[in-house]
Design a protein around this ligand. Structure first.
Ligand SMILES: [Zn+2]
Length: 311
């Protein structure tokens, strides 16, 4: 059974965002809620370094309410969503165009391609307010993972200290904002899926490991070749991926999406037929979109899962 931790959260729309805090090894790491500096009142906000701080800060608001894990994860009555069922951050529209096939309302997709520069305070502010007003039943968050990739670590020596610091700070901002949005979904009883490669070093960051300790949050690894990912030459690409989620349906469904290839995979760290495979593989296959949408429909409609015990 899920332990009954109770979080005090604010229902006010006041933004409480932390900045980036230096870690002990001279770089920068995202704090738990990452994001931007000015709040709605135009002032600065205190640095926040842990979820306890977040809870403490948000509890100061008079309109705080309690959300228990049973409220967060109950599926009997479906989730509380408002203007849309499925929305995405850090991606062009991937799920929304197919949402109606699943009886779902597609929502926003916040990304550079849709006019949201989430590296800027303005971009995150616009995105955040849209999240607050739309209240999507499920949010898919795919923040950039390049900085946290194994190949990036190998090339780290090529960058000056200033460049390393700047890139780390930017990556932390984006990762922190993604976590902030996922946490908002979690605390408001709505679903989220956070996606990063399973090998990414981001999974070891304190902000992420602390998030994983939150009640009802789980991870599941799957292989994208099992959703039909293949190179321009038709060769399968494994792209093992980790999802962090509060949706039992995601764990149930994606645990079955494991590689069954009988031929050699195409190496993602290169090119094929003149196509760089890194950016190429960022596009979700229709099958992957449909798996996520199917889980979202099930979660939003409150369908029971036979094997969700122990989640
Ligand atoms: Zn495979």
């Amino acid at each position: 059974m899920i332990a009954g931790l109770v979080y005090q959260i604010s229902m006010a729309t006041q933004s409480i965002f932390g900045g980036i805090v230096p870690n002990d090894i001279g770089g920068f790491a995202p704090n738990d809620i990452g994001g931007f500096a000015p709040n709605d009142n135009g002032g600065s906000v205190p640095n926040v370094t842990s979820f306890d701080d977040v809870i403490s800060l948000t509890s100061r608001n008079s309109s705080a309410m309690s959300v228990t894990s049973s409220m967060v994860f109950t599926s009997e009555n479906g989730t509380v969503c408002d203007e849309c069922d499925v929305a995405e951050i850090f991606s062009p529209p991937r799920l929304s165009p197919r949402a109606d096939l699943w009886g779902l309302r597609g929502g926003f997709s916040h990304d550079l391609t849709t006019g949201y520069d989430l590296l800027t305070t303005l971009g995150r502010s616009q995105s955040w307010h849209e999240l607050q007003s739309s209240k999507p039943g499920v949010l898919i968050a795919s923040p950039p993972c390049t900085w946290y990739s194994a190949i990036q670590n190998l090339n780290m020596h090529r960058y000056s200290a200033d460049v390393r610091e700047a890139r780390s700070r930017d990556a932390g901002q984006l990762l922190g904002y993604a976590l902030r949005c996922c946490k908002e979904q979690l605390l408001c009883g709505r679903g989220f899926v956070f996606e990063h490669p399973w090998k990414a070093s981001s999974w070891k960051l304190p902000a992420v490991t602390e998030f994983l300790c939150l009640d009802g949050v789980a991870t599941i690894d799957f292989d994208q070749c099992a959703t039909g990912l293949q190179g321009p030459n038709g060769q399968p690409i494994e792209k093992r991926t980790r999802l962090m989620t509060n949706m039992p349906q995601i764990v149930e469904v994606f645990s079955k999406l494991q590689c069954k290839c009988k031929v050699k995979h195409l190496n993602i760290e290169g090119a094929c037929l003149g196509v760089r495979l890194g950016p190429y593989c960022q596009v979700y296959t229709p099958a992957l979109c449909d798996q996520l949408l199917g889980c979202s429909a099930s979660y939003i409609h409150g369908d029971d899962l036979e094997n969700s015990e122990g989640f």
